[in-house]
Write a protein that binds this ligand. Structure first.
Ligand code: ZN
Length: 134
């Protein structure tokens, strides 16, 4: 299953982040996927429950954010929403469009727990660091 390979790669990435941040546990993993990313959210959730077992993310929740599919038109210059099977400009109907977003599979945000006295403060720090990385 393609989704299982995607999840294993994702968990590898999160485990490296947890190691770097000295986190004991991963609370949640927020992933953005576009309609053309080639993965299905439902299958990804199933695969995640297998792939997370035994590691630092064993209790983690996978939060999937569906990203919009958008195209930019070569003719009228507008950026509009499009359908996966029909990448036409929503303003003028032109087919000469470029994909702006919709094929992403991106790790957006990870919530980590560190078992230290100033747990919460460090937790916030790691979240901010991650957001800056994007
Ligand atoms: Zn157009």
């Amino acid at each position: 299953m393609h989704e299982l390979a995607v999840c294993q790669a994702l968990i590898d990435q999160v485990e490296q982040l947890a190691l770097k941040e000295h986190a004991q546990q991963v609370l949640s993993i927020h992933l953005g996927i576009g309609p053309l990313s080639g993965v299905e959210a439902r299958l990804l959730q199933q695969a995640f429950s297998i792939a997370r077992a035994g590691g630092v993310a064993a209790e983690a929740e996978l939060v999937i954010d569906s990203l919009p599919l958008q195209v930019s038109c070569d003719q009228c210059g507008q950026t509009t929403d499009a359908l996966p099977a029909r990448l036409l400009c929503g303003a003028c109907g032109n087919w000469r469009t470029r994909l702006v977003s919709g094929d992403e599979l991106q790790l957006q945000h990870v919530e980590l727990i560190r078992q230290t006295a100033d747990d919460l403060a460090e937790h916030e720090t790691s979240m901010q660091q991650h957001e800056r990385a994007n």
